[in-house]
Ligand binder design. Sequence first.
Ligand code: ADP
Length: 166
Amino acid sequence: MKKIGVYPGSFDPVTLGHLDIIERAVPLFDRLIVACGENLSKKPFFNARQRVEMLKQVTASFPRVEVDSFSTLLAHYVKEKKATTIVRGLRAVSDFEHEFQAAIINRKLAPEVETIFLMTKEEHLYLSSSIVKEIALLGGCIKGLVPEIIEEKLVERFEKSLHSLR
Ligand code: ADP
């Protein structure tokens, strides 16, 4: 039986922290689905189509990675994909409570699916999509925080939103 993992997230936008988790999760599975959540409670900066497109570009060199989006319950999505494992990244203790709760709920909804956590690399400890957006919004340098192609997309997107405000 093929081992399929799902790495879900908002990826708004994908950062080098996410990419590092993807790189380290790839050898653990026959197929890794990076699943972009539509997440009704968060108002994303990039729409789902743009986030999926960016993920596809930065994971193009990984043949075993597939990018998808989902808008249903994660537990249902994972079962539908016949995946065995949910992969999540952990940065700090502050991530733990929320992740612990989500893992328990997902186990209730899909007992056959295991959640595993990969620890961040030290250099990505403080890296999040929100901090990247904040730095970019205030005109700071986001080099070394996101893949180069994403830097360009962020700048483009901010220029567009500034333009619409004028
Ligand atoms: P969500 O809104 O589902 O938390 P994110 O896109 O913010 O989506 O994160 C997706 C997953 O990636 C989460 O498990 C998160 O903890 C992890 N993650 C985000 N940034 C990093 C990082 N710098 N290092 C390790 N894991 C990270």
